[in-house]
Design a protein around this ligand. Structure first.
Ligand code: SAM
Length: 245
């Protein structure tokens, strides 16, 4: 039987590609990629030529079976997403489950992940945390999920799309009240910024928030409500100042 490798790739900085990731991608029989064009650029950079299989949310059933067949026949396959760790708010989780249930060896390759990268420089508690990922898109459902999360102890980690930033911050403030928050934007890239502030200050300046780039929202947990918000906020930089380029 072959081996399924879950290969982490950079979240914006090609220097974060690991030696092992380059080696494994060069050794496997095929690479299952969320977006073959996107991964093609990465592979070209590292001078890797491999057959690519498109594997994403909308074809994961059919392509998943095809990949499992390849693995069962003894071929090895690497699964990559567009950025960061596969299977973390990205394709790969179902494939890993399928492979494990078929008795196929699954080997994870550690590497960049936006949530943990944001957490360690957030200034918030790193001892205990909950990875939430993307919240529901619909406001009503999102409000319910946030109200449940308002009881959770430990730091909360969220992914969000830029165009929903304003409404999500407002909903967080409605559900949590005031809490410390760090907006970690464009991690590992040229315009990497950390805005260490609190929900209240962000909500008061909502219309100034820009929508550019990718970001992770790191929010203090139920046990940390309003603790030291003033101390860890970056008093000199409003979000708007920090993100203007
Ligand atoms: N699998 C990825 C990982 O391991 O982090 C996450 C993929 S998820 C589809 C994309 C989300 O991750 C973005 O909407 C953003 O919230 C976050 N993200 C990815 N790259 C980022 C970066 N360079 N800076 C800040 N956030 C990033």
């Amino acid at each position: 039987q072959g081996t399924l490798y879950l290969v982490s790739t950079p979240i914006g900085n090609l220097e974060d590609m690991t030696y092992r990731a380059v080696r494994i991608l060069g050794e496997v029989d095929a690479i299952a990629a969320e977006d073959t064009r996107h991964t093609g650029i990465l592979l070209k950079h590292f001078d890797i030529r491999k057959p690519l299989i498109s594997y994403h949310e909308h074809n994961k059933e059919e392509k998943g079976n095809y990949i499992i067949e390849m693995l069962s026949e003894g071929r090895s396959v690497a699964c990559v997403s567009d950025a960061g760790m596969p299977a973390i708010s990205d394709p790969g989780a179902d494939l890993a489950v399928k492979a494990i249930s078929e008795g196929i060896t699954v080997v994870p390759l550690p590497g960049p992940n936006a949530a943990l990268t944001a957490l360690i420089a957030s200034g918030l508690d790193t001892r205990q945390f909950t990875f939430v990922g993307f919240l529901p898109k619909r406001g009503k459902h999102r409000g319910e999920v946030l109200r449940e999360l308002s009881q959770v102890k430990g730091t909360l980690l969220f992914y969000e799309a830029p165009h929903r930033l304003q409404e999500v911050l407002q909903d967080m403030h409605d559900a949590f009240g005031n809490r410390s928050i760090t907006v970690a934007r464009e991690l590992t890239k040229k315009f990497e910024t950390f805005v260490r502030t609190d929900l209240q200050s962000l909500v008061e300046n909502l219309e100034q928030l820009t929508y550019k780039g990718e970001f992770v929202l790191v929010v203090s947990g139920a046990d940390m409500v309003e603790t030291e918000a003033a101390d860890i906020s970056d008093a000199s930089a409003s979000y708007a100042d920090a993100v203007k380029e």
